[in-house]
Design a protein around this ligand. Structure first.
Ligand code: ATP
Length: 309
């Protein structure tokens, strides 16, 4: 869970010192001072995405405390250009996978490869430039909406900012505000909802245009209708360049169409496959799916009952 534990006005001042290539998650981690242990390699290489961005975790063991491993001997391949989902109970290490890939921590055993390059040999800037994240909670700067979106790419034109907001399904809301894109947000500006924040984060990601994309519960605060329409837009963006993407989600309805679904339990992959394969397999995923579907139906029934009363 990426929780923001610092005042937003502090974020505003830190922001001014940040280079353009840094992005939300990095800001967040810098503020939380969790990446002190990670060092730039002595002779950093440029990351070459020669195979389109295949991610591999090889025998990875990692824990925030050495005697309490979160990931145990984890083997994971995310093929280039595919859409992958990682599901599993709260605290099983889904966000940790992301933090490791971003090199906010280094693995204790094993290695992480992107297109066969060990990420510890690649320059941090190059690595983080290639990866875009929509985190669980996005920090907003005490600045205008336009500025907050442009943070994804400081060279973007106003038109590009607006196009990104359109694709992220947030343009109409912004346009309807008295000050439009000049509306101040953040601690000293307008407070915006969790769902709007998520869509601003997606707008930033669209502007950044990275090769590897991560969505960590990125649409969880949206109503079902808005979530579906945003997911459709995200899917079309992914298809444009066949990007590698990873979705971490609790609501299985949002990820069942992934090329591969990975179920993480006890620090390793318990099962993986397509939705149909996992349903046929009758394992954890299948049980979770049926449980969620049943509760959806129950909710539906309750709603209908409410409407007819
Ligand atoms: P959720 O679905 O609730 O977001 P998750 O699967 O993404 O959970 P992680 O955030 O990866 O889980 O956390 C895995 C475990 O590591 C949890 O038990 C968590 O408490 C622990 N953990 C996470 N960050 C730290 C940290 N900075 N220091 C110590 N322990 C941590």
């Amino acid at each position: 869970v990426f929780q923001l534990s610092v005042p937003l006005n502090f974020l505003g001042s830190v922001y001014r010192e940040l280079r353009q290539s840094l992005l939300d998650m990095e800001t967040l981690f810098n503020l939380q001072k969790v990446n002190i242990a990670v060092k730039e390699p002595e002779k950093p290489k440029a990351l070459q995405l020669t195979r389109g961005g295949e991610i591999k975790f090889e025998n990875v063991t990692f824990g925030y405390h050495k005697d309490r491993p979160i990931l145990r001997n984890l083997n994971l391949t995310i093929p280039a250009g595919q859409k992958i989902a990682i599901v599993g109970p709260s605290g099983c290490g889904k966000s940790t996978i992301l933090r490791l890939l971003f090199r906010f921590y280094d693995v204790q055993e094993g290695r992480i490869l992107i297109d066969d390059q060990d990420i510890r040999e690649v320059s941090l800037q190059c690595l983080r430039q290639a990866i875009g994240v929509v985190p669980q909670d996005t920090p907003l700067f005490n600045n205008t909406i336009e500025h907050n979106i442009r943070y994804g790419n400081m060279n973007a034109t106003s038109e590009e900012v607006r196009n990104a907001a359109k694709r992220a399904r947030v343009h109409e809301i912004i346009d309807g505000l008295p000050d439009g894109y000049n509306t101040m947000v953040g601690e000293r500006g307008m407070m915006i909802s969790g769902g709007e924040k998520q869509r601003l984060a997606v707008s930033r990601l669209i502007l950044k245009d990275p090769s590897l994309l991560f969505f960590d519960e990125a649409t969880s605060a949206l109503d079902t209708y808005t979530e579906q329409s945003l997911l459709q837009n995200i899917n079309s963006i992914l298809k444009e360049k066949a990007r590698t993407s990873v979705f971490v989600a609790h609501r299985l309805r949002t990820i069942f169409d992934s090329d591969k679904i990975i179920v993480l339990l006890g620090g390793h992959v318990a099962e993986s496959g397509t939705h149909n394969q996992l349903i046929e397999g009758g394992g954890v995923y299948s049980k979770l799916w049926h449980a969620q579907e049943t509760s959806l139906e129950d909710n539906g029934d309750a709603e209908l009952a409410e409407q007819s009363s």
